[in-house]
Design a protein around this ligand. Structure first.
Ligand code: ADP
Length: 465
């Protein structure tokens, strides 16, 4: 036990007080420097602060039949919605096909080309449309051309509501020839090759979609955050505060922050983060994402356990598969962290089945749970700091007595399914905004909003309007 306890103490990670200082610093950096820099000029800060061209959010009056395609992680969803334009039954019909897996060979490696990736997506979309409409030729909405909202959750330099060039891939994607390409044009070509008569009416990302869908149902939604495989945030900005935006008629503009790329000296990077970054598909990029998103938490825990094993060989009784990158996933971490069995049997089984380490003692399992706790707590508190940074940037929770409700819509499997992460993040938001403001700040789960949001933004930019 002594060895186990000392191994636990040696696990690098922020102590609570240090974490609080870091989140406070991060909040300051977010509000004062990085966000302002990105709004002033392209490349003015580590956060891209992308102008989304969504200058008004849906208000519930939208009507018609719309499709949406949501690509952001290892799988994508297609969606068809009929918007009723009424007060009560706003979405009259919604058909979703979730979880179409993208073959790994199309996401990275020699065979991964833009043509093949968009071809695969367009084929799945055409199949969905044919199933829903009984064939591709029939069109939608009384002979009008079908319209699609395309949620594409990677950094894009948006040039209009329905065009944008890919800046770089994130998460598990590395399709080199698509970088610098207009992703709407690529999808449009792939769709027409498959005989699918459909116009991309809006290009947004999942965060903007979640914001659009959130504010469709609750007008006090001021920001949206994604915490899934990757992470990002979007919020409604005063157009006058966006120096890089040419003056126009809009008074507000949705900004896609791309906060996954946030980097600042205050971030609590450890040797594990540095090694993870160096060996990643995108070294030096997406620093914030690598600290907090679902793609990486399991991998950070794996690296910590490997080091513990190398320092204290009797603790785990060998490395098993621990040297294999990504052998532990974030759902594994979540399952171990939530293990309430007296002998931590879930931890034991996960180590045995996932990592090939069996026969672990209760003390060892406790150390593993503690590692999961440190890694998840750090991530949750950093995510909370980012949220509070945005709230402060738009003047929420700043003036005492400001009676407005502020709702942050959050989507993503990490937030939805990892209860301890979610509760820790929510309590850190309350702690950071202070007791009084905490009464009016709501962090709300907004599942699957990004697809609906794309359909809503497509409706707002429909040619048939
Ligand atoms: P994506 O972000 O890939 O589009 P999701 O929003 O569904 O899709 O998020 C999936 C991610 O959420 C997974 O990659 C994983 O990291 C995380 N996740 C899913 N289930 C759990 C869970 N039970 N516990 C912790 N994290 C989870």
């Amino acid at each position: 036990m002594a060895a186990a306890a000392s191994a636990a103490r040696r696990v690098p990670g922020p102590e609570m007080a240090a974490a609080q200082r870091v989140v406070a610093e991060l909040r300051e950096a977010c509000a004062a420097g990085e966000m302002e820099g990105g709004l002033a000029v392209e490349g003015g800060g580590t956060m891209k602060m992308i102008v989304s061209y969504v200058d008004s959010l849906p208000n519930g009056g939208e009507e018609g039949l719309f499709y949406a395609l949501d690509l952001g992680g290892t799988n994508f969803r297609v969606l068809r919605v009929r918007l009723a334009g009424g007060e009560k039954e706003r979405v009259a019909e919604r058909v979703v096909r979730r979880g179409v897996m993208i073959p790994p060979g199309l996401m990275s490696g020699d065979g991964a080309t833009s043509e093949r990736l968009f071809g695969f997506i367009a084929s799945a979309l055409a199949e969905f449309v044919a199933e829903e409409e009984g064939g591709l030729g029939s069109g939608a909405g009384g002979g009008c051309r079908r319209e699609l909202g395309f949620t594409f959750s990677f950094p894009v330099h948006q040039t209009s509501i329905a065009s944008g060039t890919l800046i770089r891939w994130t998460k598990a994607f590395a399709v080199d020839d698509a970088v610098g390409e207009d992703v709407v044009a690529a999808l449009q070509v792939a769709m027409s090759r498959r005989g699918l008569d459909m116009r991309v009416a809006a290009l947004i990302n999942d965060t903007v979609g979640t914001l659009a869908a959130g504010s469709y149902y609750d007008e006090d939604v001021v920001a949206a955050v994604i915490l899934g495989t990757g992470t990002n945030a979007a919020y409604v900005e005063d157009a006058a505060a966006i120096a890089k935006l040419p003056t126009g008629p809009s008074s507000t503009m949705v900004i896609n922050t791309e906060w996954g790329s946030f980097a600042a000296p205050c971030l609590p990077l450890t040797e594990f983060d540095e090694a993870l970054d160096a060996e990643s598909l995108n070294p030096g990029e997406q620093t914030f994402e690598k600290l907090i998103s679902g793609m990486y938490l399991g991998e950070i825990v794996r690296r910590v356990l490997l080091k513990i094993s190398s320092r204290c060989s009797s603790l785990l009784g060998g490395d098993g598969e621990l040297a294999t990158p990504f052998v532990l996933t974030t759902p594994d971490v979540s399952a171990m962290h939530h293990d309430e069995t007296p002998d931590l049997s879930v931890v034991g089984e996960t180590l045995s089945h996932r990592v090939g380490i069996s026969g672990t003692s209760l003390e060892t399992r406790r150390v593993v749970v503690e590692v999961c706790d440190v890694v998840a707590t750090r991530a949750a508190r950093l995510a909370a700091a980012g949220i509070v940074g945005i709230l402060r940037k738009v003047g929420r929770c700043v003036v005492p007595g400001d009676g407005r409700r502020s709702v942050v819509a959050v989507d993503g499997g990490l937030f939805e399914h990892y209860g301890k992460f979610r509760r820790c993040m929510e309590s850190a938001v309350r702690e950071l905004v202070g007791e009084e403001a905490a009464e009016r700040v709501f962090v709300k789960l907004a599942s699957d909003g990004s697809g609906l949001g794309a359909a809503l933004v497509a409706a707002a930019h429909s040619q048939s309007r």
